[in-house]
Design a protein around this ligand. Structure first.
Ligand SMILES: Nc1nc2c(c(=O)[nH]1)N[C@H]1C(S)=C(S)[C@@H](COP(=O)(O)O)O[C@H]1N2
Ligand SMILES: [Mo]
Length: 393
């Protein structure tokens, strides 16, 4: 896969993948691994819902910077539409000087841009909430990284020309269905749609993508064209794009209000805001919660951390439930809008129960809260999630 060399470990393990695999095999032979990791089978997506399909990346299998397409998480609100690329058009309308209707071939002929981007669903980690929150019960793996190729949204908006009052850029998907939460419009079929403020829409990290990790975009991931809004939670990266509507007033659609909104306090006043940029967060891939580890030898704790529009500058690990912290080592360099894998050699853990934690800090100095913030409802969970393990006698 592309980029593998540039993003490969530069400091240590010659072949980290091999290393992890042999570590996993050794642990499996020895009976210390949970059943799903003992299987000889290659890692596979974990179904969280089937109709529509919502599939989780098996985060415990994290061993490359780019997530293979077949393991990249899938988040669908409605059945994935199967679009005919010959008749499909991208419409651009609203507060523009020249409305456009572009064919797929026309879009492929425009100057392309390719960037790796980490997408995280804003509901990632919801399964760990107590009390439970409604929605897909994602554990750690509603997050993945791919290299996306397409055109910048800015270049399309430039072709259309913005009217002076242009404010939001609404991206509408071809998928539709009935929605659950109030307030909901009376339409029986509502399209998934998200607006972007112009200042973000014009940034070069916002793509309309048609390729993913060097392959044509699949139906699950938005064929024939999807948005990639780097740095923002996944809901902004609208799949199966069919319309771009530039508005001259703020867009408050269903997916900004009934869904995908949180409370923010200003002078104590709860103010409902639409979700946007990703928070700073580290997750532990291995060991997994409940794993039983061999005593008397070093165990490589490893995972990934990401910070949306900022960069990860520090990851710390605690093996004693947060009493003491030690800096982890980075496996990847900083890549804008991408996760950064890290690892930590846990030297000779003593027998008994241990609580592991990982905590990330970004360039802006932001770190992770220890407790869930109820104002965030079932979204944007970046509080610390402990991983309880047992080391054998
Ligand atoms: N049209 C459309 N776009 C969509 C969605 C959807 O249901 N319909 N889901 C969004 C959400 S919530 C996320 S997290 C990302 C997931 O992208 P992926 O399925 O390629 O991982 O797509 C976003 N774009
Ligand atoms: Mo999402």
């Amino acid at each position: 896969m592309i980029h593998q060399t540039t993003h490969h470990s530069e400091n240590g393990f010659l072949d980290r993948r091999l290393f992890l695999r042999s570590a996993a095999l050794a642990a499996a032979a020895w009976g210390g691994l949970p059943a799903f990791l003992q299987a000889e089978d290659a890692p596979a997506l974990i179904p969280r819902e089937t109709d529509p399909q919502n599939l989780e990346f098996p985060f415990a299998s994290l061993d490359s910077f780019l997530t293979p397409n077949k393991l990249f998480y899938v988040r669908n609100h409605f059945a994935a539409p199967k679009l005919d690329v010959e008749t499909w058009r991208l419409q651009v309308k609203g507060a523009v000087k020249k409305p456009l209707e572009l064919t797929h071939a026309e879009i492929l002929n425009l100057p392309a841009r390719t960037i790796p981007v980490t997408l995280e669903c804003v509901g990632n980690g919801r399964a760990f909430l107590d009390p439970k929150a409604k929605g897909v019960q994602w554990q750690l793996g509603a997050v993945s990284t791919a290299e996306w190729a397409g055109v910048t949204l800015a270049s399309i908006l430039e072709r259309a020309g913005l009217q002076s009052g242009a404010l939001d850029v609404v991206l509408e998907g071809a998928d539709s269905g009935e929605v659950k939460n109030e307030p909901k419009p009376p339409d029986r079929q509502l399209h998934f749609a998200r607006g972007l403020p112009l200042r973000k829409a014009l940034e070069p990290e916002v793509l309309l993508a048609y390729r993913m990790n060097g392959e044509a975009l699949s139906v699950s991931h938005g064929f024939p064209l999807r948005a990639i809004v780097a740095g923002w939670y996944g809901m902004a990266s609208v799949k199966w794009l069919q319309r771009i509507v530039v508005t001259d007033r703020p867009f408050h659609g269903y997916d900004h209000t009934a869904d995908y909104s949180i409370w923010e306090r200003r002078d104590g006043l709860p103010n409902l805001i639409s979700l946007s940029a990703m928070e700073v967060k580290a997750s532990i891939a291995r060991p997994v919660a409940g794993e039983v580890l061999p005593a008397g030898k070093a165990y490589p704790i490893h995972g990934a951390a990401w910070a949306g529009e900022s960069d990860i500058t520090k990851v710390e690990v605690s093996t004693d439930g947060g009493t003491t912290w030690t800096a982890a080592r980075f496996v990847d360099e900083v890549t804008p809008f991408c996760w950064r894998r890290w690892d930590y050699a846990w030297e000779k853990p003593h027998a008994g129960n241990h609580q592991l934690l990982a905590r990330a800090t970004d360039r802006r100095g932001r770190s992770q809260p220890t407790q869930r913030d109820p104002d965030r409802r079932g979204y944007a969970m970046n509080h610390l999630v402990p991983v309880d393990v047992r080391v054998r006698e």
